[in-house]
Structures are given as structure tokens and as C-alpha cells.
Design a binder for this molecule. Sequence first.
Ligand code: SAM
Length: 294
Amino acid sequence: MLRNTFLYAIGICFLMLAKVKNHLQGYAAKNISVSEVNKCIEYDLHIVEHWSFYLRNYTHDANCLVGKHVLELGPGDDLGIGLYLLSKNCSQYDACDVHDLMQFTSDSFYEQFFEKLQTINSHADIDFLKAQLTAAKQGNASKLNYKVSNDFNLATAFVEDSVDLVFSQAAFECFDDIETTISQLNVVCKSGAILLTEIDLQSHTRCIRDWDPNYIHRYPRWVYNLFWFRGIPNRLRPYQYKEAFERAGWIDVSIVPLKRLDNLDKSYAGVHKDFADHKNQMDYLSIIFCARKG
Ligand SMILES: C[S@@+](CC[C@H](N)C(=O)[O-])C[C@H]1O[C@@H](n2cnc3c(N)ncnc32)[C@H](O)[C@@H]1O
């Protein structure tokens, strides 16, 4: 009891700090700064392999990327993921974000990225990829189509009925209005399109997430809303994503826990009553969520 009261108070300080930091510094995406180029490159390559692994499991198709028109939501700091997907013969990479985080990424990042790509895939058409990157940076038509849109309106940003695969990494939990995003996905996705996203359900604050990962769930909505800023976790639980997609006509929902608390009692200790029911799966800290557009 005393411990939970203490953690409640500490958590308020972290919520306040996160809001002040966001106000002063703006939105910061990754734990890795773009100056740590090698780490960023490894991260991008790893994310694509990670998605591919879960996508193959979901589709039972070894060639599930080839020829596919991909849309990534909330891509973060660089276009490495898009370039790697194109090198794996995806036909098109679209991406949308509310923050223009790519503007800080240096040309030397991409030079090193292409060098790395050449070493892992000698067949990759680096000249083609460089041309796509240049066209994208100049705002010309490109297979690498990155849009920054403050209203995050996917339906106006991309071509209707064009997308085969939607990917996203640690971004869905930041979205303002999941129902609207799903209804816009319904416009741009083809029938049978697949969505695969890793959703980070726990606190995003680095100093606290390891020892009190569910601290953001200690507060009633009105308290949490006092510290709201764009990009703060929306606190939606897995069942709520599932229900929202199913309501919009998506089928075959699969939820795979990636990171989980092993002590169920601890997972629920101190959480607000809105999250106390076991349907909230408070032991799930991150998940892979897949669904198919019906
Ligand atoms: C934690 S970062 C993850 C970035 C990248 N996917 C990665 O793995 O490094 C969250 C991403 O979601 C975007 N984002 C934050 N708030 C958003 C919002 N309200 N609507 C749409 N995207 C948002 C951010 O700009 C960022 O690209």
C-alpha cells in the first residue's frame, strides 16, 4: 500500500517531467540518437527482419514482401526501413508521420546505410535506391514516399485502395484517435491487406519503465489528461485495439505478447480501477498485433 502510494507520487513527477521536456525540446522518437549511425542502421535492419519474421508466421508465405505496396505509420528518424524494404523488392514504400523527424538525419547516415546494405546484399540495386532517396528529398515522385501531416490524414495523403501491407513500430500507442486512423486505413488499404504492428504498451519514460513499467496506468483519465501532450501513450489495451479493428471490419486478429511481466499480481498492483479487470492483460508490456482487412 505504502509502496503504491510512493510510486503514484513518483509517477506524477515523471509525467510532469515528460510534459515539460516535450514542451521545451519537442518530440524525440528513438532512444538512439542519429549521431549513433551504426546503431540506427542496425535498428532499421533489425526492425524489418523482426516484422518479416512475424509476417511470415501470420501469412505462412515465405515471399510475403515481394511486390507489396507498404505503408509505415510513424517511421521516426530516418528512411532506412523504407530503403531496406525496397531492396527486398517491395513495390512501393509510403510512410506518414505527424513529426518531421527525418529532417535531422544527415546525408552521411544514408551513405553508411548504403555501404552496409551492399555488404549484406550484393544484389541490392543501390543506384536505384539512391535515386529514390534523392527524388523523395526533392519532393518528386518516388518509390520512397514520406509524408508529414499534422492531421495524420492517411486518406488524403495516399492513394485509395493501394496498400497491401501496413507496418508500424512503437507508434500506435501514440496515436490520438485510433478509430479515425483505422477508418482511414480502410480507405487506403486493399481488401485483404495485412497490418502488422509492434505496440509498446508500457511507460515510455526511460528512467522508470524498467522498475515500474505500468506506472502510466496508475491514474484516472482526468489526472493523466493533465499531463497530455501529442505522442504520450494513449493507454489503450490489446483488447481495445482488437475491438476497434473488428468494428471497422478487420478480421483474423492475432496478438502475440513480446514482453511480459511474469508476476500477474505485480502487473495489477496499484493500477487504476479502469485497468483492474484481467481483460486489460496488464502483464503484456509489448505485443505484435496483426489483422487482415476483410
Ligand atoms: C516511439 S516513436 C517510434 C518511431 C519509429 N517507428 C521507431 O521505431 O524508432 C513514435 C512514432 O510515432 C509518431 N507519433 C507520435 N505521436 C503521434 C500521433 N499523435 N499521431 C501519429 N504519429 C505519432 C512519432 O513522430 C514517431 O515517429
